[in-house]
Design a protein. Sequence first.
Lengths: 114, 114
Amino acid sequence: KAGVTQTPRYLIKTRGQQVTLSCSPISGHRSVSWYQQTPGQGLQFLFEYFSETQRNKGNFPGRFSGRQFSNSRSEMNVSTLELGDSALYLCASTTRGGTNYGYTFGSGTRLTVV
Amino acid sequence: SQQGEEDPQALSIQEGENATMNCSYKTSINNLQWYRQNSGRGLVHLILIRSNEREKHSGRLRVTLDTSKKSSSLLITASRAADTASYFCATFPEAGAGSYQLTFGKGTKLSVIP
């Protein structure tokens, strides 16, 4: 079956702009999580969605937001981009939320803010 | 915030040798998972061990879990050059914690020299 698909793969944006990243989970997976990965901070949890509801949010400013659609596809948005938002953004899906199954990750979106 | 701390941060071994990575965590967990990441791409789920399990095997992988010490280890036997990657442990919180956040450590960078 198809894996987790993230689009776009690469993105270059200017400070102050906004960006929307997309994630299509594995068919049947209803839980989608987002992570930011940087060399300094490692993998930082952004949010988790299950059946269109955000169940958890990480310690990120309000400029970071997300949503999940009825088909489980998810988007995350970052407004007023800062240089420090340059990172690899990873999306992961699982069946119900990690209690018995591992997560399947997408290849990520590499965002560069200039 | 980081839950797990891997040790060592970097490990270099010869092909055919065994590689052991350790992970410590802070809070009570439902399960602990290990992931591999090649060169800044997406993470690949390797193995999941539940809090009531002490040891688990999958192919050349052996994972142990000691909940009293809040620690886990990943052993890769007969390593191959293709095992060169970063390895992360991740913890999923215990049921009832109201959290569905998979929290990662900073990872161990493994280099297997042919």
